[in-house]
Design a protein. Structure first.
Length: 202
C-alpha cells in the first residue's frame, strides 16, 4: 500500500504546493519511506479493523509528521501542517455523515447500529469501551484505551494524538441537524478517557 491509497491521497500535491517542488517532493518521499517502514513493522493483532486503522489513518499521518520533524520543522508548525491534511480527510468523512444526518429517524437509526459498529470497527484489541447511555435521548460511551493514543506514545509523538481527536469533531458535525456530537476531553489532551456524546436534537 502507498500513501496515495490512504485517507491522504492529496498529500503529495499539497507538499509540493506548500514547500515548493524540490523540498515538497523530498518531504513526501521521506513520508512514503517512513510509512513503508511502519507497515513493515506493524502489529495488526490479527484484527482486520486494526489493520484498516493503521494502514489508512494512523500511519499516514504519523509518517507525514515524522517526515516534517526530520526536515527540522518545529513541533507546532509540523502539527499545523498535519492538521491541515487530516482536516481535509475529516471533511470527506463529514460529507458521508451528512447522508445519515439528513435522513428521517436519523438518531434512531444511529442508536440501533452504534454498538455493532463499535464492536466491528473499534474492537477490544485496540480500544476499551465503557457504555454509559444508549437511549432515546443520548448515546454516551467512554474510551479508556485507544490504539491511536497507545501508538503515538510508542512512536514518541504523543502530541500528535490530539490531531486525530480533532477529526471526530469535524466528521461528526455532519450528523447535524438531527444529531449533535459533544465531548469534554480526550486521552490525547490529558483527560482520563475520551468521552463521546451523541444527542438527539429535537
Amino acid at each position: 500500500m502507498k500513501l496515495n491509497e490512504t485517507t491522504l491521497p492529496f498529500l503529495e500535491v499539497d507538499c509540493i504546493q506548500q514547500f515548493g517542488q524540490e523540498k515538497g517532493k523530498l518531504i513526501f518521499e521521506q513520508a512514503e519511506k517512513i510509512y513503508q517502514e511502519l507497515l513493515n513493522n506493524a502489529d495488526y493483532r490479527n484484527n482486520a479493523a486494526i489493520q484498516n486503522h493503521l494502514q489508512l489513518k494512523l500511519f499516514p499521518t504519523l509518517a507525514y509528521y515524522k517526515a516534517l520533524r526530520g526536515e527540522g520543522i518545529n513541533q507546532n508548525e509540523a502539527l499545523e501542517y498535519v492538521r491541515n491534511e487530516t482536516h481535509k480527510a475529516a471533511n470527506v468523512q463529514k460529507e458521508e455523515m451528512k447522508k445519515l444526518g439528513s435522513m428521517p429517524f436519523a438518531y434512531t437509526i444511529y442508536r440501533l447500529g452504534v454498538k455493532k459498529h463499535m464492536r466491528k470497527n473499534f474492537p477490544d484489541d485496540g480500544w476499551t469501551t465503557e457504555w454509559v447511555k444508549c437511549n432515546g435521548k443520548e448515546i454516551h460511551f467512554n474510551l479508556h484505551n485507544c490504539i491511536y493514543w497507545e501508538l503515538t506514545k510508542m512512536y514518541d509523538c504523543p502530541e500528535l494524538c490530539c490531531v486525530y481527536c480533532e477529526n471526530d469533531d469535524i466528521s461528526f458535525s455532519g450528523l447535524l441537524p438531527k444529531i449533535r456530537f459533544e465531548r469534554t476531553g480526550t486521552l490525547g489532551n490529558g483527560s482520563p478517557y475520551c468521552d463521546f456524546h451523541f444527542l438527539k436534537v429535537r
